[in-house]
Ligand binder design. Structure first.
Ligand code: FES
Length: 105
């Protein structure tokens, strides 16, 4: 599926993401800037923060308790904040957008 990353300045990068890949991996492999992912995807650093859009509703499970805890540590949390390493892309996500925060710190 195709996912569009939108950076803080509004620049869009469309990426073809294999199903089962996390949003974090997809961003890193395609040189999308704005994600740090210091822990490498284990859900323990909160430097892979991203914002989903309402289009994702019903197409993704809620954050687990660890992710919820970590999301309290991000710089500018919003309702649709997620850790991008915990969001796995599947076919039903084709065409959706992911927004990146101004900073991960
Ligand atoms: Fe560290 Fe996602 S990469 S929490």
């Amino acid at each position: 599926p195709e996912i569009t990353f939108v950076d803080f300045a509004g620049n869009e990068t469309k990426v073809d993401v294999p199903s089962g890949t996390s949003l974090m991996q997809a961003a890193m492999e395609n040189m999308v800037e704005g994600i740090e992912a210091e822990c490498g995807g284990s859900g323990s650093c909160a430097t892979c923060h991203c914002y989903l859009t309402t289009d994702w509703h019903g197409k993704i499970s809620d954050p687990d308790s660890n992710e919820s805890d970590m999301l309290e540590m991000v710089t500018e949390p919003k309702d649709l904040s997620r850790l991008s390493c915990q969001v796995l892309v599947s076919d039903e996500h084709h065409g959706l957008h992911v927004h990146l925060p101004e900073s991960q710190y």
